[in-house]
Design a protein around this ligand. Sequence first.
Ligand code: SIN
Length: 477
Amino acid sequence: MERIVNQSLLNGLCNQGDDAIAVYNPSTQRIIGYVPSLSKSGIQEKIQSAKLAQREWQQKTAAERSLVLMRWYDLVIENANDLASIMTLEQGKPFAEARGEVMYGASFIQWFAEEGKRTYGDTIPTPASNKRIMTIKQPVGVTAAITPWNFPIAMITRKVAPALAAGCSCIVKPANQTPMCAYALSELALQAGLPKDLFCVVSNASSRLVGDIFCNDQDIKKLSFTGSTEVGRTLIKQCADTIKRTSMELGGNAPFIVFEDADIEQAVAGAIASKFRNAGQTCVCANRLYVHTTIYDDFVEKFVDAASSLVVGDGFDQEVSVGPLIDEKAKADVMSLLSGAVKEGAKLSLGGDELDGNFIPPTVLTEVTKNMSIVQEEIFGPIAPIIRFSDESDLLEQANDTQYGLASYFYTQNIQRAFRIAEKLEFGMVGLNEGIISTEVAPFGGVKQSGFGREGAKQGIEEYLNIKYICLGAIDS
Ligand code: SIN
């Protein structure tokens, strides 16, 4: 914690005690701090305060709200090194990557500070001469967000910034593994002049309890969740009683396809970036690589060569490009998928060794086949299974044969194939000759059991707005 220059970023922390949640450094597995575990009534009070604060906030003009958001953005940028240090401490990703996430997270604040001024309604040509028809957009009210540990800053700003820009308040329940980033962000928002209670963080040792409170509370009008499909499904069901709006960014099983006409160097670079970002712990990571049989050996050789140069270790070590998995359970789950694949006949072409702590080295599995569980399940770790294919339509069937539909990637130099495949992939996002597709300007989200709703882009703010239709009658009188 001595690394943090601006100690006010740690204001959300508390002392060790019965009501405290311990936060661990996944690299050292040591406790680095504690955050409060709020009681049920404490969380309900926060919701009531957020309701009162929102009533005033929605009266502000979009330009006034934008100014506050821009001050918040500036403070996040000014404190980027400290925020990145907190992230590396509690999440484990390498410091440079953590800094990258801080900038990515900040970009959503800047983007929505601007988009908030453009929430246009419509005037609609009238079907009756004495009537006029228009729509306006209004904030949905108090909103709640449940956010994951893999992007402890960007997944918060991607929800909170559009909510605030739209005139809503937002209560965030961060993952218990990474709450310190959330508290630091809310502290900076306060310092930027955001009225108290509009953006508040609530932590509790039981994520289920907070989920129950959020879903059942009549005053929360919208819930946004990023996490597993399993938990998303439960939350959707729980929100049914209060008919709450929801948006869900859930699991993925991204295919990464390399056609015989691809630029192999580009494809290798894209696959490395996509697969090993955050040690493979992203919903959009390449989960299964399909490589055309005529270039398979060449691709594998170059991919293994590139992956073997990645250094695993503590994210504060400058050489390190692959950090730890978030905790022991995550590591055990990934190792069990790996050993299952080897038992099923996959060949270990790189890595696979058992390291101490939460670390797993970049690992490449070859001669993988379509029925292996490593192909069916979201890996969430630095394991790259590579599958051969020879026929385009069979490949498409395999790529689409998953309950998930978040990200997909393919590499080709053939323009007809580029359009054909991009249109046929049943995923919300497609990287064409590109392994990193995330940006604040594009709509992030999935289809099928990867969820619904879009984050970022012009669409992201719509999730926090209701459309009101106004019919003006008797205009001739
Ligand atoms: C995620 O893994 O949930 C988000 C990844 C991203 O925004 O790039």
